[in-house]
Design a protein. Structure first.
Length: 195
């Protein structure tokens, strides 16, 4: 949007589930509000570029941060570092995005200091509104809500698919182990019959 400053949003992630959700979130934030310019290291650092200076610059330039949190990444040093860097600037704001069934009570310090939102129509709408308020010329809430309502079902479908994929990956070793146990039991029964 020519003549209007974009709202730079730093999307922090750590781990596979967090990365997949962060990628979708970046896409939908742009679709819902074209003033939003999300940055995510997995997508926005060119191959061969020095990542540390680029991340430092993006952290410093961002007006808003979204920390994609899962049970598995709550204590990851890089996530905690990025969250701390986001809040170095008094005017910058950050929100913890709770992925899966992670509850605010499970979040420990230092990530506990952030306002947290879950991935629900209400939670994501609050996040979209807060980011919009950082714009030099925020979009009208009625227009923004209409755009959000258009994109929310697609985001929810993608998010649910990511959670299903992750669940399948976690269950796969259990299924394989169960199949091996069944095969061993069958072989032992056959062996017992032959003896």
């Amino acid at each position: 949007m020519k003549g209007i400053d974009s709202v730079k949003v730093f999307v922090s992630w750590s781990g596979e589930l967090s990365r997949m959700v962060a990628e979708k979130l970046c896409y939908y934030l742009r679709a819902i509000n074209q003033q939003v310019e999300p940055f995510m290291s997995a997508q926005d650092i060119a191959a061969g570029a020095r990542w540390a200076p680029e991340i430092a610059k993006q952290l410093e330039d961002s007006a808003y941060g979204v920390i994609c949190m899962t049970r598995e990444n709550l204590l990851q040093p890089w996530l905690i570092f990025e969250a701390g860097s986001l809040t170095r600037h008094v005017e910058a704001k950050a929100c913890g995005l709770l992925i899966g069934d992670l509850s605010p009570e499970e979040v420990t310090s230092p990530l506990r200091q952030f306002q947290h939102k879950d991935i629900s129509p209400h939670g994501l709408w609050d996040l979209v509104k807060a980011i919009n308020e950082c714009a030099s010329l925020p979009l009208d809430n009625t227009f923004l809500r209409s755009t959000f309502d258009t994109w929310w079902p697609r985001f929810q479908a993608d998010y649910d698919h990511i959670l299903e994929q992750q669940s399948d990956c976690e269950e796969s070793p259990t299924r394989e182990r169960d199949m091996l146990v069944d095969i061993v039991a069958s072989v032992r029964r056959l062996e017992a019959r032959l003896l």
